[in-house]
Design a protein around this ligand. Structure first.
Ligand SMILES: Cc1cc2nc3c(=O)[nH]c(=O)nc-3n(C[C@H](O)[C@H](O)[C@H](O)COP(=O)(O)OP(=O)(O)OC[C@H]3O[C@@H](n4cnc5c(N)ncnc54)[C@H](O)[C@@H]3O)c2cc1C
Length: 568
């Protein structure tokens, strides 16, 4: 069934949650007025419906393959990439000086979410390229920028991100790929990288790899990592792709889902590369790309949630089982209603968190204000994890709405579930995100968290006059969350924080979601969004109580069982 971009929700959230009017009032984003944004979202929505959505199933049925060392992409993917590139969607938030549109991240996030809903396996390619563009914009030399950015932004070249090695997954500091100076300012990069999304393709002129590697004098761990730009084809004197670099795709992974996306084992044999940023400061540079990608992967989850919801709703509107009224379909059954409304309410909440995070990123970029930067940093792990977990839960519920047909591949319900599962794993697993939230993002003694909780409480306080039955529970949940936040900050032993980090993150997301639903209910008290808010706040928000108990349970029970006990 055709995908319909949720333009009304974007419009509501961009202006009522993400603060796009305020963003457009800054010098940097002055071009992003309401008409421009509306036209952009409409155009992107059409491209997703007409070009990308038909590719979703094609990619699943005709996976990317490796033929004599050459990656062959599914039929139509090259056409899909060209549509993305020609629409300007790769460089939507990139520097106009190099051909980008220079639009806010909030708008890019909405467009990326649409592309994920339509065809996730292809959308990873522009997402990785966007992350690379941002890393180069911030950290590359002027020469590298001038050569690479226009090609990446126009979509003539595709970008990838190479961190993972067999022994270095979550522990990036364990990587062993080496980079030796060639004596002419370039480096010879050698080593193996695994799980590299879109490590090659048969539709772009060139593929540019951002590779983490160690210089000869590097310290162990993350402090000794540098970042290199390693193109598949070395640019000639005119900047056109020239001779092949000494790197190749060794094999492609066979995966649970995302079959259209080639996930490559890459071998670098003294491949020529250029340093990006300072020696040994590669992690800082790579973090620019990773933060971009974390938000983007959160959006992948939200996009799949939207796609799975639309699919399930369409099925429920057709399927007749039992005597029911008024529609005569399964939509009349209370349990089917519960599933669909949970799907929709959580999709709204996760999209709101995602766009609020993107809005904070934009304000941080436009103003340099430390509070906006801290807000964006705090929200990023929540947006990533709640977005992806919502994608997984909603897709799983979508299978259930379909009954037995959900388990049969033809309906497409199962593909959403298979495709989205990895989003909670790559770009830092949910556990790693949660640990980041309760450690690095609380190094300020919980200040960024407290400021956000203050805002939510103030808003709930103001809402009490008109919507007391919704505002009250939001205020109380926020107060409980504040107590747990203070408890976490007081734990000097990090393992005590880590033991409950993920339940804490989930509780935070529940409360944030309730806050944004309350914003919607206040803005449109008689509309469908207010009805959805009621369901979310009455039925889903209360999960926070159990989650906060888990968050404060500490590590003792987890480590009471020895490794032998676990195996007994
Ligand atoms: C389809 C796909 C595409 C990918 N694309 C890319 C790509 O383009 N570029 C790239 O560089 N990588 C890519 N990856 C790799 C991905 O980022 C890693 O798989 C991910 O970071 C997890 O690393 P790992 O698989 O080694 O798991 P591990 O690190 O071995 O983790 C196993 C489990 O242990 C947990 N764990 C690990 N360390 C800790 C800790 N310190 N504290 C608590 N829990 C911990 C994890 O949360 C997880 O549950 C991709 C992976 C897949 C499957």
């Amino acid at each position: 069934m055709p995908y319909t971009a949720p333009l009304s929700d974007y419009e509501f959230l961009l202006y009522n949650v993400a603060g796009l009017d305020g963003i457009a009032a800054t010098d940097r984003f002055a071009d992003a007025d309401r008409d421009v944004v509306s036209a952009i979202l409409n155009e992107a929505g059409k491209m997703c419906r007409d070009v990308l959505e038909p590719l979703r199933r094609v990619g699943d049925l005709h996976p990317a393959t490796l033929e004599n060392g050459v990656v062959r992409t599914p039929p139509g993917f090259g056409h899909g990439w060209n549509a993305i590139a020609e629409g300007g969607w790769v460089g939507i938030s990139s520097d106009p000086g190099f051909g980008g549109m220079g639009l806010p991240m909030t708008v890019a996030t909405a467009v990326n979410e649409m592309m994920s809903a339509a065809c996730l396996s292809l959308q990873i390619a522009p997402l990785m390229t966007q992350g690379q563009i941002e890393a180069l914009e911030h950290h590359a030399s002027d020469e590298l920028k001038a050569l690479y950015l226009p090609k990446l932004i126009s979509g003539e070249w595709v970008g990838t991100m190479n961190l993972t090695e067999p022994q270095a997954g979550s522990d990036v500091g364990a990587l062993s790929t080496r980079a030796e100076p060639n004596g002419d300012g370039t480096y010879a990069v050698s080593g193996q990288k695994i799980f590299i999304s879109w490590g090659d393709n048969d539709f772009s002129e060139n593929v540019c790899h951002l590779v983490l590697a160690r210089l000869p004098d590097a310290a162990p761990g993350t402090k000794g990592i540098s970042l290199f730009l390693v193109p598949r084809n070395l640019p000639d004197e005119n900047g056109a792709p020239g001779v092949a670099n000494t790197l190749n795709v060794v094999s492609l992974e066979h995966k649970l889902g995302l079959h259209g996306s080639p996930t490559c084992v890459m071998q670098y044999d003294g491949a020529k590369g250029w340093l990006v940023g300072e020696p040994h400061k590669g992690m800082a540079a790579m973090f620019t790309m990773m933060n971009n990608a974390r938000l983007g992967v959160g959006g992948q989850g939200v996009g799949i949630a939207e796609g799975a919801y639309q699919h399930a709703l369409a099925y429920a509107q057709e399927r007749k089982q039992g005597r029911s009224a008024p529609t005569g379909t399964i939509l009349d059954h209370a349990d089917v209603r519960r599933m669909l409304i949970e799907m929709r309410a959580d999709t709204f909440a996760s999209r709101a968190i995602l766009l609020a995070c993107a809005g904070a990123i934009d304000m941080g970029h436009a103003t340099g204000d430390a509070n906006w930067i801290a807000r964006a940093a705090f929200l990023t792990p929540i947006a990533k994890t709640f977005g992806t977990e919502t994608g997984i839960c909603v897709a799983e519920t979508g299978v259930q709405v379909h009954g037995g047909m959900g388990f049969i591949e033809e309906t497409g319900a199962a593909q959403f579930y298979r495709d989205v599962r990895v989003t909670a794993i790559y770009e830092g697993t949910s556990g790693i995100q949660a640990m980041d939230l309760v450690s690095r993002k609380m190094m300020d003694g919980g200040e960024a968290a407290a400021r956000l909780l203050d805002e939510i409480e103030d808003h709930a306080e103001r809402a009490r006059a008109t919507l007391p039955e919704l505002a009250g529970p939001v205020w109380e949940a926020t107060e409980s969350l504040r107590e747990t936040t203070e408890w976490l900050v007081a734990q000097g032993d990090m393992n005590e924080r880590f033991a409950g980090a993920l339940p804490y993150l989930r509780a935070f997301a529940r409360v944030l979601g309730a806050h944004y639903h309350l914003v919607a209910a206040l803005a449109e008290p008689e509309g469908p969004r207010a009805k959805l808010a009621r369901f979310y706040i009455h039925a889903l928000l209360p999960e926070y109580t159990g989650l906060l108990v888990q968050a404060q349970n500490g590590s003792a029970d987890l480590f009471a069982l020895s490794a032998d006990d676990l195996a007994a």
